[in-house]
Write a protein that binds this ligand. Sequence first.
Ligand code: NAI
Length: 682
Amino acid sequence: MMTLRNCRIETDDEGIAWLTLDKADASANSLNAEMLQEAAEVLAALEKNPPRGLVIRSGKRSGFVAGADINEFTTLRSIEQAERLTKAGQSVIDRFEALPCPSVAAIEGFALGGGLELALACTYRVAVGNDRLTLGFPEVLLGIHPGFGGTVRSVQLMGAPAALDLMLTGRNVRGTKALATGLVDRLVDSADGLADTARDLIRRRPAPRRAPWTQRLLSLAPIRPFIARQVRAGVARKVRADHYPAPYAIVDLWERYGAQGRAAYDAEAESIARLFLTSTSRNLVRVFFLQDALKSQRIAGARTPQHVHVIGAGVMGGDIAAWCALRGLEVTLQDRAEQYIKPAMERATALFEKRIKDPTKRAEAAGRLRADLEGTGIAQADVVIEAIVENVEAKRALYERIEPVMKAGAVIATNTSSIRLEELSSALAVPGRLVGLHFFNPVAQMPLIEIVQGESTATESLGSAIALARRLDKFPLPCRSAPGFLVNRVLSAYMQEAMLAGREGVPLPVIDATAVDFGMAMGPVELSDVVGLDICRHVGAIVSGALGRPLPDTRELDERIAAGKLGKKSGEGFYLWRDSKPLKATAATPAGPAPADLQDRLMLALANEAVACLREGVVADADKIDAGLIFGAGYPPFRGGPLQAARDRGIAECVERLEELAARHGPRFTPDAGWAQLAPLS
Ligand code: NAI
């Protein structure tokens, strides 16, 4: 028996050693430096006195090992240091593999990243095959790849196609798929079965799994370049090498070394060390923490709503109601007449069909969503979500009607995208019950919800709104009730700049391509079409008016709106839309090269507005601005958000460039005073 801070090992009557990983003061195991150090001590004992077999298991209910410790990534200062630490980790994992006895990883729950790499170094893997089982290599999502031998052992075990797919997508594998691909050798029903099966494997010592010969052939040197080319082309359809180098590095490693020999492990360590120090990886790690921070927000004592009543079954309300039901809430959906509710119920059915495979669970979700023309749900609801037309008078009149019927303590959450909450809350007897819950369109796909706090919003209402957002598996972003809140305001600046460039004759597809080239999920012209030109005009006017700026000249929007061209929803806006896709090639003007300063015009207009929001305290801090724009506006995660991108580029350089743009294009580019308070890169 040997007990260390983060693990313990004991040997049973049969001579089998049981190593239990149980990281101190943590809910999950991770392979941090201390854990690896202790593993090395355990290994020294095992090497000196080899047991009959070794079983590695977890002392945590949550899972086996979650991976390397992401916090430690942020402490890496040089490629050399990163390589040294990676090689030290590799050598610990290698020593498990080299033990003279058979070893078994006994997995319950997750085995991710470094955890899966440790398991792959064992002779066998046994797992509890319930729905908590999650095996995968999520490294690529952090801009790196496996570094403890995973790029080598996964190919040896599963064959190149399956292993590359696992590493390139970061996707999780479960149950029978894990068994079929060889990631696990045995699936058992319960934790008790784990120990018995591990013991059985050690006693019987069947031949360890490796990829079938047909798969091994694919890793032969003459074949690899052909396959690598295909895989690389598949990667290139999704991401660019200068934006996301890690997936390309995964293919390169395999192509060069075929997952064979010591050189393959060394190259893995050298490659991951380089990736650790890229701005892409640093930013993706940062975004991971930003996301965690958004997810862990809660206000003490806040109750999670159980019953939601949605009023307004249009584009937004209908989809919000469906999403709430999908996520397990009781939902009643009200509108002025049956005809408005019916299409929303049909869309909900389609959503449930797409997202819920089990027919019983699908029927349960459908049962949780009820059409409620009479509004009987108002009296039962913990939260009434208001998503009627964007009109102050209509919203106020509605609140006056529903408030007397509502339960004491129930919250009204408005989905308004542009009305300040103060204009609405004064219609209420208890103004504190009004909070903004600004969902983005399409509701099912957009992960962010702006939680808008008016001057009179009560803390309990804010707490309920945040808890509801989390219950809906969305990221809550608390915002002040400022014009356009955060996301629409910042996007307006970017979209207006695109309109101006278009007016100067830059072809619209070129404008979009310039933004996509920067990494934006979608160009500003296409985004205008998706949002709806009427909504863009409305939000643009509200934001400019409220901020005391000159109203934008919206003649391109006005002409189209007058002709019924509202964007994607009407089949035509700036582009013609077919099968939900814009026809860019046939847009009136032919594509040509972008003006040299176009990318800066678009992206610095956006950044300058983001800085203004920081200065005005629209959200709590710079991190929240970055998170909001990544999750709410499709800002490229590898750049870490607009403020982080500005820091990476250099704040002084951004300001200087804005001044040049202001001289050339007008005072709208005047650097905001907030640049002075933006902290530089730490
Ligand atoms: P919509 O026009 O599609 O739907 C509004 C629905 O409310 C209609 O079905 C209408 O019949 C119903 N309605 C109007 N007055 C009513 C009343 N007094 N009682 C019951 N039902 C009533 O509008 P959309 O686009 O869904 O917008 C709704 C709200 O969401 C607005 O405040 C808008 O600013 C906001 N929003 C819209 C987004 C979008 O992309 N469309 C994005 C985020 C927020």
